[in-house]
Design a protein around this ligand. Structure first.
Ligand code: NDP
Length: 343
């Protein structure tokens, strides 16, 4: 299948690209600069030489019409995977830095497809657990989160701080996508992938570990000694491995039954303390940097796991066929990948 993948330089997109190419799809991926394209090209020399992989430069998805030229391709696209969206808290303006690129990026690509790429049948959008969770209910004991819910965040609440802004950016962008489908009745169907915390090996180009993607930063913090005196609070107690998230994106356009559905892709519960425990068990070289059993913090709420919401990932298993990787495998492979980058 001829596929357009946005945000090819990202943590999740790099794995998605890998799955796409291994399954024989022909891919155009968007990146913000030629330099980023060249770095991916170096990793996939054979694929670029034989024309299986090429690039389109889209410097800013928040610009109106950013994808107008990109969606036109020969041979024409049949599927589009939209992963590009800001996920970091290093911002000055929630509206400009988070909401606009997430929302305009999503509605923009859908409009461009509708206008100029009638051959596209399937669009898969990377949404998030952030678009499902209701942060106001906290740990919400006894509640089971599933695809049935939307984060009820308002625009006013979104502007309060970067974390609220990020969660809102994912919520508003996903809602805008479903509204687009309903109002515009395009030729394509949409699926969304809604992961919680994504851990796992980094395979995208990285100048240094200082620019590590947001969700993996806590694993690095643990290995570098940041939790020696106190383990950071966990916040969100559910996680998934990046390779399973990548597979979910590709399966979602390959499988007809996935059309028109959201997928809550979650492997299990975790707390930050478990990250440190897995590193300690598998990497004795970091023993001095890690917290011990008596270090405070990083636990489930008092009362344990039963004080935290549960999750329903049945749809992702039944329809996408996911088999979730274990927490230990995910953390071990993450640390090994950091070691290849100089940890
Ligand atoms: P990354 O930061 O690695 O990837 C984000 C990607 O989006 C990068 O390629 C980035 O390009 C691109 N991007 C951001 N803003 C713009 C913009 N204005 N114009 C063009 N490109 C832009 O993070 P992830 O891989 O983790 O995130 C990928 C997707 O997954 C996002 O939609 C995120 O919300 C979602 N997600 C991630 C989770 C996680 O725990 N990691 C959990 C749930 C959802 P560049 O690097 O060049 O700036």
């Amino acid at each position: 299948t001829r596929v357009l993948l946005t945000g090819g330089s990202g943590f999740i997109a790099a794995h998605t690209l890998d799955v796409l190419l291994k399954r024989g799809h022909s891919v155009v991926t968007t990146v913000r600069t030629q330099q980023k394209a060249d770095r991916i090209k170096a990793d996939y020399k054979t694929e670029t030489e034989k024309g299986q992989l090429s690039f389109s430069i889209v410097p800013d998805i928040a610009q109106e019409g950013a994808f107008d030229k990109t969606v036109i391709s020969d041979p024409p696209f049949e599927a589009v995977l939209h992963t590009a969206s800001p996920f970091h808290f290093n911002i000055t303006d929630v509206q400009k830095d988070l909401l606009d690129p997430a929302i305009i990026g999503t509605t923009g690509i859908l409009s461009s497809i509708k206008k100029s790429a009638p051959s596209v049948k399937r669009v898969v959008i990377t949404s998030s657990f952030a678009a499902i969770v209701n942060p106001k209910t906290g740990n919400n004991p006894g509640h089971e989160y599933s695809e049935a819910e939307f984060n009820p965040v308002t625009h006013e609440e979104a502007l309060q701080d970067a974390a609220s802004g990020y969660r809102a950016s994912k919520t508003f962008a996903e809602k805008a996508a479903w509204e687009f489908v309903e109002k515009e009745k395009p030729n394509f169907s949409v699926s969304t992938i809604n992961p919680p915390f994504v851990f796992g090996p980094i395979i995208h180009a990285l100048d240094s570990l200082d620019s590590l993607n947001t969700s993996n930063q806590r694993i690095l913090a643990a290995a570098q000694g940041g939790w020696k005196d106190e383990i950071a609070a966990t916040g969100t107690y559910v996680w998934v491995d990046v390779r399973d998230v990548a597979e979910a994106h590709v399966n979602a356009f390959e499988k007809p039954d996935a059309a028109g559905k959201r997928f809550f892709v979650v492997a299990g519960h975790f707390r930050n303390r478990d990250i440190a425990t897995v590193i300690g068990k598998n990497f004795p070289e970091y023993k001095d940097k890690l917290p011990t059993d008596s270090t405070p913090g990083g636990d489930y709420p008092e009362g344990g796991l039963k004080e935290v919401y549960t999750f329903n990932n049945k749809r992702s298993i039944d329809i996408l066929g996911l088999k979730y990787r274990s927490f230990e495998e995910s953390i071990v492979d993450s640390v090994k990948s950091f070691q290849r980058k100089g940890l």
